[in-house]
Design a protein around this ligand. Structure first.
Ligand SMILES: [Zn+2]
Length: 274
């Protein structure tokens, strides 16, 4: 079946669109495609694909696609089809987990620094966009509460309204809108609101909490993107976040392969080994 996976929707025939929809339905029921099942909720997750490679350097575009479709050659990935019980598919960095792309990019100790950089880059883009939209923003202000200090990524004020934004690049296994909701609830406890009201001198009803929630494979929480668009951020700007996250995820994979740092597996696991 010959189906173009990139190119503007305007250039495709109805028949090609039907084939693509059929492939998409198959994909979301596969192991690799499952985390893309929420793509249909907002076209923000696919704008960069639809606009084609002409806006993105070729090498980056290919890397974004590899990350998005989960075909990075991890130990688990390359063992498919010929997996033997003796084959070691555990993480090469010494972790207890199997070496999947999700582990390498999102959890492995070798890529911790890369995850921080990816998160900070997302926050910087949002902050710059909000400044252009007339917001005064403060990055990582400390909000003391009885449960300890809270440090949201961004607190933005415009007129008598305050918005608290936290960014998170998450796994796509669970619901992205639920991840967004959990993040909002984390900050929206009454006492936190009171502290913010005192600090920014606004009415409690004018303090709102939201998140920037994207999966590591570039899929957006539709509610998160809806909130950010309402704040005046443009779809073009948010689309640059999609590709920034994909770039950061792929960089984590590259960093993992270049690193030689290893942690020792637990003694319990090594029992019986000479
Ligand atoms: Zn690991």
């Amino acid at each position: 079946m010959c189906v173009p996976i990139v190119g503007s929707a305007r250039d495709r025939s109805d028949h090609q669109d039907q084939e693509i929809q059929l492939l998409a339905r198959h994909a979301v029921h596969s192991v690799d495609g499952r985390e893309l099942r929420e793509c249909h909720r907002t076209n923000l997750s696919t704008l960069w694909v639809d606009s084609g490679a002409h806006k993105i350097p070729g090498r980056d575009f290919v890397q974004h696609v590899h990350t998005r479709i989960n075909c990075l050659p991890t130990a688990v990935r390359v063992s498919r089809g010929a997996r033997r019980s003796t084959r070691d598919v555990r993480c090469r960095a010494g972790c207890q987990e199997t070496e999947t792309a999700a582990h390498v990019v999102q959890n492995c100790h070798r890529t911790h620094g890369g995850r921080v950089k990816r998160h900070d880059a997302v926050c910087r883009v949002i902050a710059a966009g909000l400044r252009r939209g007339g917001y005064r923003e403060e990055e990582e202000p400390v909000v003391p509460t009885r449960e300890g200090n809270r440090k949201p990524d961004l607190v933005c004020q415009k007129d008598e309204f305050v918005k608290v934004i936290d960014a998170q690049i998450v796994s796509g296994v669970g619901s992205l809108n639920e991840a967004h909701k959990r993040k909002c609830q984390y900050y929206s406890r009454n006492e936190d609101i009171t502290k913010l009201v005192e600090k920014y001198a606004v009415e409690p009803r004018n303090v709102e909490f939201t998140s920037c929630t994207i999966s590591w494979r570039g899929v957006w929480s539709s509610r998160s993107q809806g909130d950010l668009l309402l704040m005046g951020l443009t779809k073009n700007l948010l689309s640059t976040l999609t590709t920034r996250v994909l770039q950061g995820s792929h960089t984590n994979w590259s960093r993992f392969n270049k690193s030689t740092s290893t942690i020792h597996r637990s003694a319990a696991e090594r029992e019986g080994v000479g």
